[in-house]
Design a protein around this ligand. Structure first.
Ligand SMILES: *[C@@H]1O[C@H](CO)[C@@H](O)[C@H](O)[C@H]1NC(C)=O
Ligand SMILES: *[C@@H]1O[C@H](CO)[C@@H](O)[C@H](O)[C@H]1NC(C)=O
Ligand SMILES: *[C@@H]1O[C@H](CO)[C@@H](O)[C@H](O)[C@H]1NC(C)=O
Ligand SMILES: *[C@@H]1O[C@H](CO)[C@@H](O)[C@H](O)[C@H]1NC(C)=O
Ligand SMILES: *[C@@H]1O[C@H](CO)[C@@H](O)[C@H](O)[C@H]1NC(C)=O
Ligand SMILES: *[C@@H]1O[C@H](CO)[C@@H](O)[C@H](O)[C@H]1NC(C)=O
Ligand SMILES: *[C@@H]1O[C@H](CO)[C@@H](O)[C@H](O)[C@H]1NC(C)=O
Ligand SMILES: *[C@@H]1O[C@H](CO)[C@@H](O)[C@H](O)[C@H]1NC(C)=O
Ligand SMILES: *[C@@H]1O[C@H](CO)[C@@H](O)[C@H](O)[C@H]1NC(C)=O
Ligand SMILES: CC(=O)N[C@H]1CO[C@H](CO)[C@@H](O)[C@@H]1O
Length: 640
């Protein structure tokens, strides 16, 4: 494993030596500070603005080369050799042309989410701050694109990954394990102080960003300073529409309204069946107490007799969650009479709905109080899924999973949180007990206890044990549970899709928490976690974590390579026409390039056989049957 510290450049001295056809051409410009560099960029931007669109508005070769980038150095020569160009003026023209084509393609293919920042970077305050000492180079993407255009073998054979991963063990293992499938792989370590001022340039040969911190995407102008055509990014900036609790609650509510409208509209003939209508209810009802209507509905309901009766008979009816930053069980509790009383007091039984403005919305969620149990213990299943592409939509999901058990036996009338939440952090609190005390309260030895909450159980063993208890029929997990979970994932992405940036570069992994509602034996999704913790709780879990990350990077890399292959082929044609003085029709080419940038894995880059932890469950890039696969045939009927 080779972690490389990227070069630190505190004073940027810009002297670029280009060796073209044996003649040295020096472009020398001394800039003492980043500010001067920015001033220069500003100047170029000004020139761009003065030009009309049709008059290519991108930087000249000279400007492109402003940053002394030793990686870029032989790129020009490779292009020169590839097209056997003797005349240096001609070479200079060609490089300018190419730079312009790539620059246009970058901006044409950037999703509107990122485009906002290109046009007005200062809209985003993060962009003005230092971030991990990385230099903001407006020509980064042009250089990176040209570099990858020239170094295709490198792109097809290597993975160059840039990561801010700070969990060193997991990171090192993930990186180390790449080398088995890719010939080389590099990681960079970032300084821990993200506000540091010294700047170093992100390498232009990067093909994968694996970010922990989504702020990378708001601290740089994507498609220009970072995140280029031939680079994959593991974060979808607008996925809060379903990963944030209040976002999910809002878009899910809309979805339910929509399907009701469809079924009640006499003009629409295709209806959802009762079976589907039932399946669509896979998220517990959530009330956002910041929203006047939802807040009122909630307090009206809890005053009703129905609520009182149900509470007495069934136990807890709600679970409360405080805001966006509730993770790993923090801030979550079942709503006990005391908590309910406090809420009623705070909101004066709903009279204050709308006037209590919380920074972090207070959410109250229907509590699935009759979960399917094993051995009297509640469990949650975690099967990651990946939006592998948004342009077009491609989704993968794990068909194997980890199962986590709650630390203590379930009791719907006892508020002790370890009976209700099967989360590592919450269970862990009990580890401070002595062996005897632990056994007394959980009925487990320390070892059994450790393995119960850390997702070490497989779905196979879950099926076997549930079947032994007589809770499920043979094959239930694989024939009913998993297909239903997959449809829930797909529907979630479909109803959130309008908010997601359709950008070919982006993908993201999500870790939903799933449980089974014994009332109808359907899976319910409690939430979609982003940045799931990859805690090394055991050898098994560790290997699993490593594999899941490795696999998604491989999937994305196959997409990057496929895009490169299609784009390169078209640009090759362009260059040949250009060199024959045929004046290629740029808008014609641009149309084809934009099409080529859409994700679809070319057969020569297919990795389905190397991927062991995911199956593809939805793919709009093929003409074939969209709804897929693995060993599963699943019902297409209940997709939104
Ligand atoms: C340009 O980069 C090369 C390689 O990193 C370095 O040796 C050289 O000194 C740099 N030139 C200037 C003027 O900074
Ligand atoms: C670029 O490469 C040439 C030889 O290929 C070398 O002479 C020159 O110093 C390099 N320039 C930089 C900036 O690395
Ligand atoms: C090189 O190409 C330019 C423009 O394409 C042309 O004007 C010039 O005469 C050529 N030079 C030589 C030496 O052929
Ligand atoms: C990358 O791929 C090239 C071409 O296959 C190979 O020769 C090289 O060893 C690989 N590694 C690096 C670091 O370039
Ligand atoms: C990317 O560049 C670094 C030098 O900055 C180099 O060490 C690494 O081998 C390159 N990666 C590939 C795949 O060539
Ligand atoms: C159904 O179509 C009729 C005629 O186009 C229209 O008047 C009516 O508003 C439609 N109903 C609904 C619920 O959209
Ligand atoms: C466990 O005990 C340690 C040391 O006694 C303490 O620092 C820690 O906060 C305890 N953890 C919990 C979850 O109670
Ligand atoms: C992960 O945990 C397992 C077992 O607990 C241990 O054997 C292994 O060394 C750990 N790996 C790392 C990288 O910490
Ligand atoms: C270039 O192609 C477009 C169609 O994409 C066409 O409308 C236009 O006339 C063409 N331009 C030239 C100069 O042929
Ligand atoms: C999870 C995983 O695949 N771990 C492997 C990483 O690579 C080392 C060295 O090849 C193996 O020993 C691990 O099993």
């Amino acid at each position: 494993m080779s972690i490389q510290l990227a070069a630190k450049i505190s004073v940027v001295v810009l002297t670029v030596a280009l060796v073209i056809g044996g003649v040295n051409i020096y472009y020398t410009q001394k800039l003492n500070t980043i500010q001067q560099g920015q001033k220069l960029n500003q100047q170029i931007k000004q020139e761009e603005d003065d030009d009309e669109y049709e008059e290519y508005t991108v930087p000249t070769l000279k400007e492109t080369m402003l940053i002394n980038d030793s990686l870029f150095n032989n790129t020009i020569q490779i292009i020169q050799n590839k097209y056997n160009i003797q005349n240096l003026t001609e070479l200079d023209d060609l490089i300018n042309q190419l730079g312009r084509v790539f620059n246009d393609l970058e901006s044409e293919t950037l999703s509107s989410y990122f485009k906002n920042f290109v046009n007005n970077p200062h809209q985003n305050k993060d962009i003005q701050q230092a971030f991990y000492g990385l230099y903001r180079d407006d020509f980064y993407c042009i250089k990176s694109d040209l570099y990858h255009f020239a170094h295709e073998e490198e792109l097809y054979n290597n993975i160059t990954l840039f990561s801010d991963w700070n969990d060193q063990y997991t990171r090192d293992d993930i990186f180390a394990n790449f080398s088995k499938v890719a010939s080389e792989m590099y990681g960079w370590e970032l300084p821990s102080d993200y506000l540091r001022k010294e700047s170093f340039a992100p390498e232009i040969n990067i093909t994968q960003y694996y970010f922990n911190r989504p702020r990378f995407m708001s601290s740089f102008v994507m498609g220009k300073q970072l995140g280029c055509l031939f680079q994959g990014i593991n974060k979808i900036p607008s996925s809060g529409s379903f990963t944030r609790k209040e976002g999910l609650s809002r878009s899910y509510r809309k979805f339910l309204t929509q399907i009701d409208q469809i079924n009640s509209n006499p003009n629409i003939t295709k209806k959802y069946s009762d079976k589907c209508m039932k399946e669509f209810k896979f998220l517990p009802q959530t009330y956002n107490l910041n929203n006047v209507d939802e807040c009122k509905n909630f307090f009206n309901y809890v005053e009703s007799e129905t609520y009182q009766k149900k509470f007495k008979e069934e136990g807890f009816q709600f679970i409360s969650k405080l805001g966006a930053n509730v993770h790993q069980g923090k801030g979550i509790s079942v709503v006990t009479p005391a908590i309910m009383e406090a809420l009623q007091k705070k909101y004066q039984n709903g009279q204050l709905c709308g006037s209590i403005g919380e920074q972090n919305p207070e959410l109250v969620q229907e509590y699935i109080n009759n979960p399917l149990l094993l051995n009297g213990v509640k469990f949650e299943v975690r099967m990651h899924f990946v939006i592998a592409s948004l342009n077009p939509l491609i989704i993968y999901a794990q068909d194997k999973a980890g199962v986590a058990f709650c630390a203590l036996k379930y009791n719907s009338h006892d508020s002790q949180i370890q009976r209700h939440l099967c989360v590592y952090n919450i269970a862990r609190e009990l580890l401070n007990l002595s062996d005897e005390e632990l056994f007394k309260i959980s009925g487990k030895t320390r070892e059994q206890f450790m393995s119960s909450f850390s997702y070490q159980h497989t779905l196979e063993s879950l099926q076997e044990e549930l079947e032994k208890e007589g809770s499920v029929p043979p094959g239930w997990v694989f024939n009913d549970f998993i297909p239903s979970v997959f449809r829930n994932y797909i529907n979630t992405v479909l109803f959130s899709r309008q908010y997601l940036s359709p950008d070919s570069r982006l993908y993201e992994m999500y870790a939903p928490d799933i449980l089974v509602n014994k009332d109808n034996m359907k899976p319910y999704i409690l939430e979609y976690n982003t940045n799931p913790r990859m805690v090394n709780t055991s050898y098994f879990v560790h290997g699993w974590n490593v594999q899941t990350i490795k696999d998604i990077v491989l999937i994305n890399m196959a997409q990057v390579r496929s895009r490169h292959f299609r784009i390169k082929t078209i640009i090759d044609e362009y260059v040949k026409e250009f060199l024959q003085n045929k004046n290629p029709n740029r808008s014609e080419y641009m149309k084809r390039l934009i099409e080529a940038n859409k994700n679809k894995i070319e057969p020569q880059f297919n990795v389905d056989k190397e991927i062991t932890s995911y199956v593809k469950i939805y793919d709009e890039s093929t003409e074939e049957d969209l709804y897929y696969k693995g060993n599963l045939i699943f019902d297409k009927e209940c997709l939104h």
